[in-house]
Unconditional design. Structure first.
Length: 121
């Protein structure tokens, strides 16, 4: 609702370049996206014609957003420089130091039940 109200009401005179939702605490994987508010906000932006990204922080225990913010910023800057039309990205960032992230992998949505772990230990 917030994204819809913003785009069709508050920003009705100007279209946003992108809708960014999150950073959500906890991964949005597989079936999780069906009831995720973070993904739903991005999806609403996409339905209204804007490229959209849902960011989530995947990890166990207390979360540290400092690294995930840097990763999200890098991804957004990259998409501003080289936009992808008609997209909705659901991006899960591991809760580790950004210097430990060795790259990005684009996949399709898979199946995962809430009782299955999101990360291997």
């Amino acid at each position: 609702d917030c994204v819809h109200l913003a785009i069709t009401g508050l920003l009705s005179d100007e279209e946003p370049n992108m809708v960014i939702s999150g950073i959500n605490s906890g991964a949005n994987l597989g079936d999780d996206v069906l009831y995720s508010g973070t993904v739903a906000a991005a999806m609403e932006g996409r339905f209204l014609g804007c490229p959209a990204i849902a960011f989530s922080l995947a990890g166990d225990g207390p979360t540290d957003y400092s690294s995930s913010v840097l990763v999200a910023k890098k991804i957004v800057q990259s998409l501003i420089e080289k936009p992808l039309d008609d997209i909705l990205l659901n991006i899960n960032i591991p809760d580790i130091n950004h210097e430990q992230i060795q790259g990005f992998k684009i996949t399709r949505l898979g199946n995962r039940h809430k009782s299955e772990p999101a990360m291997e230990t």
